[in-house]
Write a protein that binds this ligand. Structure first.
Ligand code: UD1
Ligand code: MG
Length: 483
């Protein structure tokens, strides 16, 4: 359409993620970048962001806990629905760790000179893809672009030193806090740790680094002064959203960022029309897809991939994982659902809970009722089936309109193998029955309360297996002997 081609859009993007640091302040045996935020490893968030940029290649610099970190990257498959293309991830080991410049030096042999390198940190999880795209736009395949932020308390951060006051003044250098003069420490604009730089220039500048500074480290940030000396333009892309550049160094910061993340997820859902009783008491660790007119009460936790259809209502204090809930179903308070790998399906208009438990492979048809203290595992319940109180259905196929009485269970496990129970349409299972699998109960049959049923039954009829009732009218209850 236009004759002007934005150079940045034609320049391949390669991403370098620094993830070699120890994370001492986490006081954990788990490498810092593998701690979880919103149910995903910190590094997973950064990889997902890279996937959103359609990066040509991602080089992860590992050191501390390298084997674990590399294995986690290899398993990374993108957060559901966000990344389209699989990432080409390579690793560069940095041992020992001599600073951020030294870290990137380990990665450059894996990078091609025709690209732009975007440097990210594995412990900065909430940067948005659009922010990085804007930074890449500022770089435009030829400039050094720095992501910066003005902070009320910039202590500890590298400062953006300009040739004069104001954001239009030229960027001259980044000075680390420990190396900064008193005057430089008054600067509020800080370097976020994220930059975009033409790879050929990066390679040249990294070769010139030294460690003559307060920390005796090779600072990546020193390349800014080389760019200035070489007459290459340096641009600062300043944002105002601090959470996007916030790093995790301690459990306190991790918890703070988790809240910021959950707040964002909650707001995004409410903007789609989801009604959250309280966005501060709501957690998603994974993907939550909601239809129209979904209502979620307080203290609910969603994990893995959960889909809620139109008009679904979720009561307070539910934990719901790996599950699809069809339109107008109601999940009453304190229900626990986890489909794990098999998934759980709740049919249209079904009622579940309070205090119900749906385990992997539970498939509830339309208008099924699962009441309090009922556990369902690897079982299919057809339309209109009900198990309302204190029951267990494991490895069962339950027909339409079946009524499964209070206290009844499938004895599906013989100590070695699992067996199926098949219950035909319109069967009525009384209270406190034990159905010893494998067993089939024919359609329309009734099983009397208290029955232990070990043999399959033909359709219809009443099936009872229990001791015959006897009554002893003159029987006397024992009394305590008098002393
Ligand atoms: C760095 C920047 C600073 C910026 C700040 C933003 C430098 C010299 N300074 O400082 O200007 O304001 O980030 O948070 O770059 N890492 C390695 N190998 C190393 C050292 C670090 O992989 O040898 C990794 C760390 O694991 C971390 C990232 O690089 O993911 C940043 O390192 P860190 O030590 O936190 O740098 P800062 O001192 O915070
Ligand atoms: Mg840091």
């Amino acid at each position: 359409m236009t004759a002007l081609v934005n150079k940045s859009s034609s320049t391949p993007t390669d991403v370098v993620i620094m993830a070699a640091g120890k994370g001492t302040r986490m006081k954990s045996s788990l490498p810092k970048v593998l701690h979880r935020l919103g149910g995903h490893a910190l590094l997973g968030h950064v990889l997902d962001c890279a996937a959103g940029l359609s990066a040509r290649r991602v080089v992860v610099i590992t050191g501390h806990g390298a084997i674990e970190v590399e294995a986690a990257c290899t398993r990374f498959q993108g957060f559901s629905g966000t990344s389209q293309t699989p990432l080409d991830i390579q690793f560069a080991r940095q041992e020992p760790q001599l600073g951020t410049g030294h870290a990137v030096q380990q990665a450059v042999p894996l990078l091609a000179d025709d690209g732009v390198t975007l440097v990210l940190s594995g412990d900065v999880p909430l940067t948005q893809t659009a922010t990085l795209q804007a930074l890449m736009g500022q770089c435009d395949g030829q400039r050094l672009a720095l992501l910066t932020l003005s902070m009320p308390d910039p202590t500890g951060y590298g400062r953006i030193v300009r040739s004069g006051p104001g954001a239009s003044a030229q960027v001259r250098a980044i000075v680390e806090h420990k190396d900064a003069s008193d005057a430089q420490r008054q600067i509020h604009e800080i370097y976020s740790g994220i930059m975009a730089v033409p790879t050929a220039l990066l390679r040249r500048w990294l070769a010139r680094l030294d460690n003559h500074n307060a920390q005796n480290e090779y600072y990546l940030t020193d390349i800014v002064k080389f760019a200035v000396a070489d007459g290459v333009a340096v641009v600062a892309h300043q944002i105002t959203d601090a959470a996007q550049v916030a790093g995790v160094n301690s459990p306190v910061q991790l918890a703070e960022l988790e809240r910021a993340y959950q707040q964002r997820r909650a707001v995004a859902l409410m903007e789609q029309g989801v009604r959250l009783a309280d966005p501060a008491r709501f957690d998603v660790r994974g993907t939550l897809i909601c239809g129209q007119d979904v209502e979620i009460d307080v203290n609910c936790l969603f994990e893995g991939v959960v889909t809620l259809g139109n008009g679904v209502r979720v009561g307070a204090n539910c934990v719901i994982a790996n599950c699809t809930i069809a339109a107008n179903a109601v999940i009453h308070p304190f229900t626990h659902i986890d489909g794990e790998k098999l998934g759980v399906e709740v049919g249209e208009g079904a009622l579940v809970g309070p205090f119900a438990r749906l385990r992997p492979g539970a498939q509830l048809g339309a208008e099924v009722h699962i009441g309090n203290f009922v556990e369902v595992k690897n079982s299919t319940l057809a339309k209109g089936a009900k198990a309302n109180h204190l029951a267990y259905l494991g490895d069962a196929t339950v027909g339409e309109r079946v009524n499964y009485g209070a206290g009844s269970i499938t004895a599906n496990y013989d100590g070695a193998n699992k067996h199926r129970t098949v219950i035909g349409d319109d069967v009525h299972i009384g209270s406190n029955c034990v159905l010893v699998a494998p067993i089939t109960i024919g359609a329309g049959g009734t099983v009397g309360g208290g029955t232990t049923l070990a043999k399959s039954t033909e359709p219809g009829g009443l099936h009872v297996a229990r001791a015959k009732q006897i009554s002893l009218p003159n029987w006397k209850r024992p009394v305590k002997a008098k002393k």
